[in-house]
Design a protein around this ligand. Structure first.
Ligand code: SF4
Length: 180
């Protein structure tokens, strides 16, 4: 039997949602027996693969790299889960929207708030270009499921994954469900 292809993605965020995922501890062995982890910060895979069944997307869309990645993720995944409050609402990542556009944010962080060597980085190959506004994932691509929380606790992540594994991925395509 083919295993479900699972991916996890880290956009603009603190990685706390992935840390909560790791809090599943020994249940991760059970999960590993039922899925193939094909892309994740936990796995050394450079390019998002085709044919992903289920992806958990942590974080908001904050820069050009995030934008490019989330479009590939959407194109190549059956079920996209908005994973945690930064993905669902922008949350902490979107707090910079209050400062203004990209130029205002860079000015504030690298010039006004710096104690020494005040200068704005200008090397896009090193520092991804910021978007003017941080956006929650569903404003950029279609989201199938929402798993809110900052972070969602491990038990809720487990319950959501168990529900999805029990129902089967193809039957859920096109529906929108909120866990919690
Ligand atoms: Fe971190 Fe909370 Fe955002 Fe998750 S939702 S990435 S824990 S700030």
């Amino acid at each position: 039997m083919n295993k479900l292809k699972l991916a996890t993605v880290w956009l603009g965020s603190c990685s706390g949602c992935h840390m909560s995922f790791l809090d599943l501890d020994e249940w991760l062995f059970e999960l590993a027996a039922r899925v193939d982890l094909v892309y994740s910060p936990f796995a050394d895979v450079k390019e998002y693969p085709e044919g992903v069944d289920l992806v958990l997307v942590e974080g908001a869309v904050a820069n050009e790299d995030n934008l490019e990645l989330i479009k590939s993720v959407r194109d190549r995944s059956k079920i996209l889960v908005s994973f945690g409050d930064c993905a669902v609402t922008g949350n902490v990542t979107a707090m910079r929207n209050l400062v203004g556009d990209t130029e205002s944010v860079l000015q504030r962080c690298y010039q006004e708030a710096a104690d020494i060597q005040n200068q704005i980085p200008h090397e896009p190959e090193i520092v991804p270009t910021l978007l003017d506004q941080v956006q929650p994932v569903h404003t950029v691509v279609t989201v199938d499921l929402y798993l809110p929380g900052c972070p969602p606790d491990a038990q809720r992540i487990r319950e959501a994954l168990e529900s999805l594994l029990a129902v089967g991925i193809p039957k859920l395509t096109g529906e929108q469900i909120r866990f919690g």
